[in-house]
Design a protein around this ligand. Structure first.
Ligand code: GLV
Ligand code: MN
Ligand code: MN
Length: 411
């Protein structure tokens, strides 16, 4: 079979990144761990090989820059994240870093410079897996990083600020990589769809219309631990039973409203022994919707219900908001440009919203944004079964390159 222009090399690079993990059993690469550095150094090497200058910035992002003919022109920024969820697939995020490196390598081989610089960013901590608080790298670049986030703690009790120090970065300087307003002309992100729509429509690529907002909380319910064999059922203050009631409420409240989704993805009963009534339950809540009002109303109802359940069972609830973002529309002219770039590959396309969060949404206060979605097999993501077709990778990279080469700043 003939070698591909992009896909063979990119898939090998994605396999390589997929092996850089903190666990020998599955892919997990969270924020500010040694494998974060390892993956960013690998990406940096590929960026340099493609003709870029590389910087590891104050927030832990890796940034490659391919100079344009006018050094004063605002840059076109692209990229995605290099961190992962627990037991992750190897395309979520990574595709959007590897594809633009392949595009720049192609431009460089042809000796082609554009009138504007191109920046490729491997963002740090899009997922929020370690500290709950997400989008750290893109917030720092957008100038919206809040130093209060440095107080978030991981399961071992290490704060984000302490983790920055251990990584070799100064927590007081995280926000120093913020870009000046007007310095970035636009941001374009290529990402797998992480849902089934494109596959069901028989399409390789789609143009994103808007990125859903998300509201995330950490809930800690405190009751009274006791002996599983001696405390009568009516006299218990079981924190886990309350949590279970709340999980069921979340499912009921978020079912039946299009685009509204609610998830409890982490739940821990403490002290965690078979013969002890759980005195504490700690869990996460993630609520999203295409429209902000829908999400806010659902989140308010869920928080009220937590109070009601806990009052009824004589339990204490401590609720911490970890993340709150509004829905972000993509720029109409950039959506048109993305659509033209896909059609230039000789394939049809469609427009669709993103239920998942993306760095692109965080960058919207800095510059106009757009996203291209690529089909993934059975829509599966945040799962090691995540899979893509080599021919889709080829098309997606061709479309991104077309977008870059034909980019014109928009109002
Ligand atoms: C990122 O993957 C998110 O949407 O949580
Ligand atoms: Mn993800
Ligand atoms: Mn992602």
């Amino acid at each position: 079979m003939a070698a591909t222009r992009f896909a063979d090399r990119m898939l090998a690079q994605l396999d390589e990144l997929g092996r850089i993990s903190e666990s020998p059993d599955f892919l997990q690469r969270t924020f500010l761990i040694p494998q974060h550095k390892q993956a960013h150094e690998r990406a940096a090497a590929w960026m340099r090989e493609a003709g870029m200058e590389v910087e590891h910035d104050s927030a832990g992002n890796v940034v490659g820059r391919y100079a344009g003919t006018d050094p004063a022109a605002p840059a076109l920024m692209t990229g995605s994240h290099l961190d992962t969820v627990r037991n992750a697939g190897k395309y979520d995020g990574m595709l959007g870093v590897i594809a633009p490196i392949a595009c720049i390598a192609d431009l460089n081989r042809r000796g082609k410079r554009l009138p504007f610089p191109i920046e490729v960013v491997g963002f740090a901590n899009e997922e929020g897996t370690r500290f709950g608080s997400a989008m750290t790298g893109s917030r720092a670049i957008a100038g919206t990083f809040d130093p209060a986030m440095l107080e978030a703690r991981d399961k071992q009790g290490v704060s984000m600020g302490e983790a920055y120090k251990a990584f070799g970065l100064d927590p007081a300087k995280v926000g120093f990589c913020a870009r000046k307003p007007g310095s970035i002309a636009a941001f374009v992100e290529l990402h797998i769809e992480q849902g089934p729509v494109l596959e069901q429509e028989g399409l390789a690529l789609g143009v994103v219309t808007a990125i859903s907002g998300a509201h995330r909380f950490r809930v800690e319910i405190t009751g009274l631990a006791g002996h599983a064999g001696t405390v009568p059922m009516g006299q218990r203050q079981d924190a886990l039973v309350a949590a279970a009631e709340i999980v069921q409420y979340i499912e009921k409240r978020c079912t039946g409203t299009p685009t509204l989704v609610g998830t409890v993805g982490m739940l821990e009963a403490l002290p965690g022994a078979m013969n002890v009534i759980p005195g504490k339950a700690v869990f996460s809540i993630d609520v999203r919707a295409g429209e902000d009002d829908l999400r806010d109303l659902a989140a308010d109802d869920i928080l009220k219900q937590i109070r009601v359940v806990c009052a009824g069972r004589k339990l204490e609830a401590k609720i911490t908001e970890l993340y709150n973002s509004t829905a972000t529309p993509c720029h109409p002219a950039l959506m048109d440009a993305a659509e033209a770039a896909i059609k230039a590959q000789g394939v049809p396309t469609m427009r669709l919203p993103s239920g998942a969060g993306h760095d692109a949404a965080t960058l919207a206060p800095l510059c106009p944004i757009t996203m291209i979605f690529m089909r993934c097999t059975r829509g599966i993501s945040h799962n090691p079964l995540e899979a893509v077709l080599p021919e889709d990778v080829e098309l997606a990279t061709g479309a991104l390159l077309h977008f870059i080469e034909n980019f014109k700043p928009v109002q």
